[in-house]
Ligand binder design. Structure first.
Ligand SMILES: Nc1ncnc2c1ncn2[C@@H]1O[C@H](COP(=O)(O)OP(=O)(O)OP(=O)(O)O)[C@@H](O)[C@H]1O
Length: 637
């Protein structure tokens, strides 16, 4: 039915890349991936894989079957892939609708090959660009004064702004020229590893790649194409078309993801370049790729750890009005391998965490979308705003475009477990139902509208009345939403700043009073608590003291009794031992008395003799002294 949006499940394609020579010599070919038909594939767990070990323990299976919208085996060419996957979305884009392509898979599975390709086999991106230029040929808008604005809008540029645009573009192209000369030399040396930076030169020779017929009903309509190229690394957005690169001491400037006021996220200050030919597009891609790998080298990271997004915006112009703006984004996702596999630490761990976080959130969003759609009773929260990646593409998942996913896998036995993980993720993605608009959406109209419905941009300028209703102050204050204040004209901005300053002062005062109150309350409560615990402690000590005193006294009494008992027992024992009959005692006594008498007599005799001896001794001493004195007189020296 015309005007009614179409519904279909998300297209999820599988691309299986061929083995490399090294992989074959490393015996990676163990029949892990078996393509049954154009839509079904079987995965057989190889020996030694975690999946096989689990299945041997009776947990899980060693064989998994998956189905896809279409499967492209190793023998399929880039052209066949394009024709059967992206081409229909490319026509949608040329017809004013939004399109998004994700390439998903582990590192080295062929994601970049699919999106960008090689010199001989250009990927999806050069093919879409080529077809677009072929389509708009003869209907190109020559001026550079109509530029994409916010997420879905366009704005007129004044002559000065146009000048700036031209010089920014010229600066990029000048630097690409230099690179091209250097690459000419490098190409001879490293032809294989530089594939993605070299394809532009070859594409130019084999163009046209895709034949998209000119718009029959275009009439006097004109088209202009603008492109941007950026990457999301560690949840930070970096512009790959900004010539100023980071140095080791200086960090790369990251860009903010803002809300355009209509719920659409966009990258603020992202550089959009107007391109007129496929050659120009190729140069930009080359410039961005160089920027990406240079930044990665400087930061000691691998470019496969970031999500790179190439976005094209096509503006259809009728007279002086922009009829619609359509967007085509190709997103080369970071390798999906999990943290434990790569064994990352410190910065690397953080990096892996963020990459996994973005992919994890993407997975959560897809799962929540699927669950909400399969069970109408369910209305789970979809965490689009929890990562930059999903925030940016929320609109496409919510009916403002069509998303599809190309899942890339290799067939290597050593990466089987990760490949299985990728397949399980895609199986969920395949069940997501999308509401696809059958005509360019109203929200894609050239003018941004305020909350009262008035267009924000009128005759290329900003309507200040409409603007007032565009961003409420609450929204301006809401950092989470990151509303873009630079949308406001200068006088409005001054008013907003003034009112915000007053609000801020009042808020600070209120906060200060509140803080003092809270501090006092907390202080009182703490003091009370300390006093209570102090009291409790002294009570406990007192009780303990009393109980010890009592115990001591008891013990003392116990010992006293024991000693008394012991003394009595000892006395009784001694009494028994020392008992002598009376007549024996008397006889003994008499014996003792006689003995005493004898000893007295002896003693008296002894005393007498001792006195004599003493007198004799004294006499002898006197004689010695006298002799000494006389001797001294004779020998005075
Ligand atoms: N279908 C294919 N046919 C032939 N060669 C392929 C194919 N797919 C990938 N390759 C080759 O395999 C290698 C790895 O591919 P690619 O660099 O695209 O992987 P990736 O998934 O983008 O890796 P990373 O995540 O590290 O960027 C490249 O040398 C590429 O040329």
């Amino acid at each position: 039915m015309p005007g009614v949006a179409e519904q279909q499940t998300m297209r999820v394609y599988l691309r299986v890349r061929p083995f490399s020579r090294e992989e074959l010599s490393d015996h990676e070919d163990q029949g892990c991936v078996v393509i049954e038909n154009s839509q079904a594939v079987t995965l057989n767990a190889p020996k030694g894989s975690a999946t096989m070990k689990s299945s041997e323990k009776g947990i899980g299976m060693s064989l998994h079957k998956f189905s896809f919208s279409q499967i492209f085996g190793p023998e399929k060419t880039q052209s066949e892939l394009f024709e059967n996957t992206v081409k229909s979305q490319m026509y949608d884009f040329l017809d004013g609708k939004n399109a998004l392509i994700f390439s998903y898979g582990v590192t080295n599975a062929g994601k970049t090959y699919t999106i960008q390709g090689t010199p001989k086999e250009p990927g999806i991106l050069p093919r879409v660009l080529d077809a677009t230029f072929h389509y708009i040929e003869g209907h190109q808008y020559e001026g550079m004064d109509l530029k994409p604005y916010l997420r879905n809008d366009a704005q007129y540029l004044d002559p000065d702004q146009v000048k700036q645009e031209r010089s920014a573009k010229a600066a990029i192209f000048a630097s690409v020229k230099e690179v091209r000369e250097k690459l000419g030399f490098l190409r001879r040396i490293f032809l294989g590893s530089l594939h993605f930076t070299l394809w532009p030169f070859v594409v130019l020779c084999i163009s046209p790649l895709v034949l998209a017929s000119n718009p029959t009903e275009a009439g006097s309509s004109q088209f202009t194409l603008w492109v941007a190229f950026f990457e999301i690394y560690n949840e930070c957005v970096y512009d790959l078309l900004q010539s100023s690169l980071c140095t080791k001491s200086k960090k790369r400037a990251s860009l903010r993801v803002c809300d355009d006021g209509a719920g659409n996220a966009y990258v603020k200050d992202l550089r959009w370049i107007n391109i007129q030919t496929l050659g120009e597009a190729c140069k930009l891609l080359q410039f961005g790729n160089k920027n990406r790998s240079a930044a990665a080298t400087k930061m000691n990271q691998s470019s496969s750890r970031s999500h790179s997004i190439f976005t094209m915006k096509l503006l259809k112009i009728d007279g002086s009005a922009v009829k619609w703006v359509s967007e085509f984004s190709l997103c080369d996702l970071a390798g999906s391998e999990r943290c434990n596999k790569t064994k990352t630490f410190g910065e690397r761990l953080k990096e892996a965490g963020n990459i996994n976080n973005s992919l994890l959130i993407l997975g959560k969003c897809i799962t929540a979308l699927r669950n909400n759609q399969t069970d109408r009773m369910k209305n789970s929260y979809i965490p689009f705003r929890e990562s930059k990646l999903t925030k940016l593409f929320q609109a496409v998942f919510c009916g403002k475009g069509k998303a599809s996913m190309i899942v890339n896998i290799n067939q290597c036995a050593s990466t089987y477990d990760e490949t299985l993980h990728v397949m399980k993720f895609s199986a969920v993605a395949k069940q997501v139902v999308q509401v696809i608009p059958d005509k360019p959406l109203e929200s894609l109209a050239p003018c941004l509208v305020g909350r009262d419905g008035k267009p924000l941009l009128r005759n290329g300028g900003i309507d200040s009345e409409a603007l007032e209703s565009y961003l409420s102050e609450e929204e301006l204050l809401d950092e989470e939403e990151e509303a873009d204040m630079s949308l406001l004209p200068q006088n409005e901005l001054m008013n907003v700043i003034e009112s915000m300053r007053t609000k801020l002062l009042a808020e600070r005062r209120r906060n200060l009073v509140q803080e003092m109150e809270i501090r006092k309350e907390m202080g009182d409560a703490m003091l009370q608590q300390i006093m209570e615990s102090e009291e409790l402690r002294s009570r406990q000590i007192e009780e303990l003291k009393e109980s010890y005193q009592e115990k001591m006294e008891n013990t003392f009494e116990m010992y006293k009794d024991a000693i008394k008992e012991h003394a009595y027992q000892s006395a009784m024992n001694n009494l028994e031992d020392d008992y002598v009959p009376l007549d024996e005692f008397i006889a003994e006594q008499e014996k003792v008395e006689v003995g005493l008498l004898i000893s007295c007599l002896i003693r008296d005799g002894f005393m007498e003799k001792s006195a004599d001896l003493e007198a004799l001794q004294m006499k002898a001493d006197d004689q010695v002294r006298q002799f000494q004195m006389s001797h001294t007189k004779i020998n005075p020296i």
